[in-house]
Design a protein. Structure first.
Lengths: 473, 473
């Protein structure tokens, strides 16, 4: 049951082993697809709950749009179609008959939603319109597939809003990006950097794209959520326009934004260790496990009773593992599955009216009186949540390195990995050259102002900004 | 904005008008698919919440399985394949390349789930295994399509459980069927009959199928949820077996069960009227609307203030409609959209320190003192929920007619419609003949014992039971 791979030695195999053995996923007979097992789906439901609340506060309503998109729809916005068509899966048969027009399985839903929006929006009274859907998405990706991080079917939410002005749409883009930062940091203990994508990396069809980006332990960046200002681009094509209060007619401004089940993969990579899964307590399906330690049947009864006494005072989720396995087996099992807190109760503990409490994140054990155990555990769960975030934040900060010269850039990306902060002239050729020579792309141009004068790391001309570069998932 | 069709005159057109104008749905460019708009999706989220709680109490966990099913999987269970293959949509291209094996879009997920179950179940310790998923389902139906009731893509939940014994599986089938009854009756105010399906009407591959069946105002039956005992049929094919405590090996027993967004369509048909949508308060996105009635700007201020005073004491969802429309326009609008309670506040009301409260289900108005308004409204919402159920139950009971002779059967199905209770010898030929000659099928053989000796309505031989026959959606 123990892991065969080590996080620091063979990271990729270690990750595959963790997600499989911790029962987060299983493979499907269809290559590139996967089963999201209950332990992982529980995390997804927590993400849904968190974001649904944020969305509701912002006036967003949930809905559901069809999976099928006619080819003609997808082709309407040329840049959008170029961006997605290489990855589209097509339905060509229904029942035993060939379809008249082949149907795309949605790789994203702008086109089908905005066609509807053009009917639903007619007056300034209908704005803003803010709709979100939770659904499956199909992208027939040929890049390296990896559970949660890159699969041909995945789950996500996509929000699509319509506004009367550019300014309102700009605000919406940032409001949602803040929700993404919150879900990553507050729920998943995964620190992110917020910023702008470069032209080359933006969403096909958008005016600009913002993103939250995080760093994985192997030094690769992970895009955790994106929020796009679409301008009036799609509105023009689909005819999303509205009558103004004074009787005029205007094209609407639109945004779209999404976050997916890849968040689960990022969280697992970030926190887990050589013993298996480590879960932030806020998303752990089981937060506390009790392991009674006994030899005789009589002691079994006594220790189980003590477990129940403590457990019943808890307001979190818990389980008393009274199965016929050895304590050692149980320790390994629940560590592998990522239960944040383990409570051991043996005869010595009973004699002292105490319990032994082990935390999953650090492995530390502490003896606590039975009476105070429930309060201790409640606080410990908070501490673990906080510790996971702080550890990850420290890692992110320590692995964000500023460089001036391209030679140094190449050395760091090879040897140290992580984010590289470097000046950029804003020219797409330099960005492309850096990508070709190092495999690193501009992940984000951070929102945080940084007035230091710099030179472009590639061409040495004056820099316009200082993006974070990295290799990425 | 008013409806052009009448419920009693042209039911089918009336229904289409209600779901469209009340903004529950919109059509998609792909025939047979539809958009579930926020007002309807809200109802779906209430259904999800209700069932998720019931499922959790039963130890069911949520998960997600792939949309794609290889053709070879679907073919493994012959009866299952025969049942579904005429309706399967096939993906044959990914990106710009033809796929090696064409992939079915799930018409149901037994095959892909039980392949996984065969890996997950190995010991009696792994049982029972109870997993549910909320997902989209594709059936390329060629029968008459109707929003919510029959679409080529719909949303549902499908639960799939594994048990050590037949008895446990039998219990599971009934436990879930009770949850379906509860969600229909307690949440959607839609009374149902529980019972067994005939062999001809059971799920392809099941040992037996149970269902909750309800009656629509046009006298057609609607299947609202099904729960199947699969026996060991799929377990045999997919190899779902477990080691017993004494070291032996046994095939598992399985169940599957599902309920879909068609529940929303049934609820709308059942309760709505010629003014538009009628919603049970428990699933209404907006439960109370306030309409201030004024002529001058000063009176506007006064009436709006009074609206706020009452609204703020409510613990349900509410909206003060302060838009620049006339009160009459607002009355129509919110009646069309199915808001259960309307509160009118005009100058006369202000003078008397009272408010006028109108209920959507009966149209009755009542004057209530401002002070007691919030309590009155809270009770009224409960009363409306109850009234809708009682009215529907009365309709169901009055439209369930017992007949002895086939001539009478034919007359009733033509002239009165509804459920016909009649004796049946249990023979599939009689069932088929009734269907051919009248269009009515056996909807359920009710669980409620009925010991009256009867003769088969078709062949006059002694009856084995007394099913409910009806034409159906």
């Amino acid at each position: 049951m123990a892991l065969e791979n080590r996080k620091t030695e063979n990271f990729s195999e270690w990750y595959l082993e963790v997600v499989k053995k911790a029962e987060l996923m299983d493979y499907s007979p269809v290559q590139g697809c996967m089963i999201i097992r209950p332990r992982a789906y529980f995390v997804w439901e927590k993400i849904q709950g968190f974001l649904n609340q944020k969305f509701a506060e912002d006036g967003v309503q949930n809905a559901y749009f069809p999976l099928f998109i006619p080819q003609s729809f997808l082709e309407k916005e040329a840049e959008h179609f170029r961006g997605f068509s290489p990855e589209v899966a097509w339905v060509t048969m229904g029942g035993n008959e060939a379809l008249g027009e082949k149907l795309a399985l949605r790789p994203t839903s702008e086109t089908v939603m905005y066609d509807a929006y053009s009917r639903w929006v007619s007056s300034h009274r209908d704005l803003p319109l803010k709709i979100n859907q939770w659904c499956n998405i199909i992208r027939w990706d040929t890049k390296a597939l990896k559970p949660f991080l890159r699969t041909r079917e995945f789950l996500w939410q996509e929000g699509h809003t319509v506004h009367a002005t550019r300014e309102e749409a700009d605000v919406e883009v940032r409001t949602v990006l803040n929700s993404y930062k919150a879900v990553c940091e507050e729920l998943l203990a995964m620190p992110v950097v917020q910023g702008l994508k470069s032209e080359a990396e933006k969403f096909p069809g958008a005016e600009y794209t913002t993103a939250v980006e995080t760093l994985m332990p192997d030094g690769k960046a992970l895009q955790a959520g994106t929020s796009h200002q679409l301008g009036q681009n799609f509105a023009k094509i689909f005819g999303v326009e509205f009558k103004t209060a004074d009787g005029g007619k205007k094209l609407a401004w639109q945004t779209s934004w999404g976050a997916s089940t890849r968040l689960i993969g990022g969280m697992v990579m970030l926190h887990s260790d050589d013993k298996g899964l480590v879960l932030p307590p806020k998303v752990a399906p089981l937060q506390v496990v009790f392991v009674p330690i006994y030899k005789t049947e009589e002691d079994r009864g006594l220790t189980l009773k003590a477990c129940s006494r403590v457990a019943k005072k808890l307001s979190c989720s818990w389980l008393v593992d009274d199965s016929d396995r050895t304590p050692g087996w149980k320790f390994n099992e629940w560590e592998l599955k990522g239960v944040p807190v383990r409570v051991e109760i043996g005869l010595k503990d009973l004699a002292k009216q105490s319990v032994t409490i082990a935390r999953r994140d650090t492995g530390e054990k502490e003896e606590v009186t039975e009476e105070k155990a429930h309060q201790f555990i409640a606080k410990l769960l908070e501490k673990i949540q906080e510790n996971l975030f702080n550890k990850a934040k420290k890692f992110l900060d320590e692995n964000t390195r500023e460089v001036q010269k391209f030679a140094e850039f190449k050395r760091v990306i090879e040897e140290e990995k992580g984010f590289i902060k470097a000046g950029w002239c804003g020219n797409a050729q330099c960005e492309e050259a850096v990508k070709e020579e190092t495999g690193a792309t501009i992940r984000v141009i951070p929102f945080e102002e940084d007035e230091t004068p710099r030179k472009c790391v590639y061409c040495d001309r004056p820099a316009k900004n200082a993006p974070l570069f990295a290799r990425s998932y």
